[in-house]
Design a protein around this ligand. Sequence first.
Ligand SMILES: [Zn+2]
Length: 421
Amino acid sequence: MEVLRVLCLSVLFLELGAASGNLEQRLIFILLDGLRYDYIDSVYTPNMDEMAAQGVKVDYLTNVFPTFIPSKISLVTGLYPESHGLVHNHMYDSVHNSYAMTANKNDSYWWNSGIAEPIWVTARKQKKTSGSIDYIGGFAEFGGVRPNKFTDNPIAELRSKIDTAINWLRGGMDVVVVEWTYLDVVGHMFGPLSTQVGDGIKKCDENIGYLRQKIREFGLEDQVNIIIAGDHGMTEVSNNNVINLSDIIDLDNTIAYIAESPIAMILPKDGFLETMYIQLKNAHPNMTVYKKEDIPEYYHYRDHYRILPIVAIADLPWIILANGTDVGQMADHGFNNEEISMKSMMLAEGPAFRSNFSVESLNAIDMYELMCKILHLKPAPNNGSLANIQEILVEPSSATACGIYTLLYPILFILLSLTKN
Ligand SMILES: [Zn+2]
């Protein structure tokens, strides 16, 4: 009878384990800056292909508008830029009365204008450990909290970033976020179809193979989930497609302006708003100009004071400059995020994810909810939805298993009561 008793208790403990989410789940999230949706089809990528076959592949990942640094912060907070407050790479803040690049690293003011809580902060607040390897903002305080560990060397080799991540995971860290900017840099310089981008993808592939091998080698495969995703695509631009603001308005009549990409923002001096808006509105057939409050809802880009009163958005592949005709690069991003060339993709693998499962399209705004689910964290308020993304998780089969165990409960309790005698 004792054997039966031990057996019954073991089954019950197994069930309790399943109900509480199985083994401790951990996560490494690798952001490949500028990974366009079709890059992995352009060269031989055996490791990424194998990862897709054994895990999940999302063909098109739509990041939030505008697909600059704001979309990187949206990936890890689940907030649109109008909520997290990092509204562009280069911003003017009327409260602070100053300009800043988002990378104004030592001034936490710039990172705390909204309600942003990156995944590494959510983890720490709930007694888990987190680390950032060169992820934008990972060096900054959000609500006074930084990751347990962080590095800040965006141009470091991907191999050294992965070695650091592996060390941290072996040390028990719950969530590690990594950013690698190389693909974005060569995409801008040489264009999305360049051999430099192709070589960068091969390098990604080798390092993803290395990461997967190390995870197996150190016996972490039952705990560690891997997500690889990009923050935007890339499209060719040229000096033939430049809209020059100073040809249209007198920039001396502005307090501030941002114009360096497909998006321009303008804060006119008092009394100049209407005139400037009318001057801009019909100035160019490939530029749509909005008063801030009229920006279409689908951009989720109007309810923050750092979004300036006039916003102009260029059609692909036009670039808006303040005063000049040289775009200074072969390619860019930041256009309407529904444009196919602005889309990225995603791979995921690990105990939380389904196997050999592909999805045509997901939204990056839901990624934070996904990460919280994997890590058993209560998400901070955000704009994402777990329901929109959870089909890639194995949870449904766990639920089935729980259902079977639940049917067994009465039988087990009867057997246990018998073994007491
Ligand atoms: Zn870029």
